[in-house]
Design a protein around this ligand. Structure first.
Ligand SMILES: NC(=O)c1ccc[n+]([C@@H]2O[C@H](COP(=O)([O-])OP(=O)(O)OC[C@H]3O[C@@H](n4cnc5c(N)ncnc54)[C@H](O)[C@@H]3O)[C@@H](O)[C@H]2O)c1
Length: 263
């Protein structure tokens, strides 16, 4: 049995992840953390039934992780929170599955350092869905053949998403930039901004959109659009639990979804 804790247990993703843990054989919810609903049953908050696991204050993380013999923690919160909590988790020798997006390069370095110094295993992925990781592979291939086209990334998410553009859009840009020998990024356009050879990145926010990503390759007389649409957040939650199972037996190091999916 793998003991899995969830940080961000009161959030949209946290609730879905707890529901997925409950219906997955071989994993148990060992602990839950959030700023909200401290002391409440994590299963009840997540609408997964009573589990007897209270939501704990992150200030007690070290003690709770040790007492509950937690193997892996899944963190879907906000960048500041993950940057503060990841070194505590790593210091306890607990492996990490990070779904939070919107890190600055400095925040990412702090997290990477903590993983390395404490010799733990971690997966950090801007998107845990199988489909998006296949989409990454497809746009990588397409970019090789469409290097002369103008490339734009358009993403759309629900109106409560805090960071923009999405971590998935940024990852898509990085993948294509690597193939194309380095590209500048332009985030949205306003005013007199003639197009150069950049990758344009655009964020749309509205309603309850779970997550759409389109890469547009626009050439003379034709264009190709490659699009992924998430119908719900379920694909991300299932992928995160799968990642927690995979990382449990992995050698120390930082992994991506490519490693898990064998892409
Ligand atoms: N990687 C992926 O596949 C994927 C998919 C969906 C969302 N996300 C990312 O996951 C994150 C969470 O998304 P969400 O829609 O669940 O957001 P949400 O706002 O519904 O939930 C975030 C939760 O984190 C909690 N939180 C904030 N600060 C905290 C702290 N210091 N300690 C503990 N808990 C804290 C909040 O109280 C809240 O309950 C975002 O960064 C989002 O971009 C990633």
């Amino acid at each position: 049995m793998i003991n899995v804790a969830v940080t961000g247990a009161s959030g949209q993703m946290g609730a879905l992840i707890i529901q997925n843990i409950v219906r997955t054989d071989g994993v148990d919810l060992s602990a839950a953390f959030d700023l909200a609903n401290i002391g409440s049953d994590a299963g009840e908050i997540a609408q997964a039934g009573t589990l007897g696991v209270p939501i704990s204050d992150v200030k007690e993380m070290e003690q709770v992780l040790t007492e509950t013999d937690t193997d892996v923690i899944i963190d879907f919160t906000i960048a500041n929170a993950t940057t503060t909590n990841a070194p505590v988790v790593a210091g306890c020798g607990v492996n990490l599955v990070i779904g939070t997006t919107g890190f600055t390069p400095e925040q990412r370095t702090t997290i990477d350092d903590a993983i390395r110094k404490n010799d733990i295993s971690a997966i950090i992925a801007p998107n845990y869905s199988v489909g998006v990781n296949v989409f990454f592979k497809i746009i990588e291939e397409a970019a090789k053949y469409l290097s002369d086209t103008d490339i734009e990334i358009i993403e759309a998410h629900h109106n409560r998403k805090q960071d923009a553009p999405s971590g998935t859009a940024i990852r898509a840009a990085e993948i294509m930039s690597l193939v194309l020998g380095g590209k500048d990024y332009v985030f949205g356009r306003h005013g007199m901004v003639p197009r150069e050879k950049e990758i344009g990145i655009h964020a749309v926010r509205g309603g309850d959109i779970a997550g759409d990503h389109t890469v547009l390759f626009a050439g003379d007389g034709e264009r190709i659009e490659i699009k992924h649409q998430a119908h719900s957040r379920q694909a991300f939650a299932a992928g995160a639990v799968k990642a927690a199972q995979w990382i449990h037996n992995a050698e120390p190091g930082t992994y991506t979804m490519d490693d898990i999916l064998g892409i």
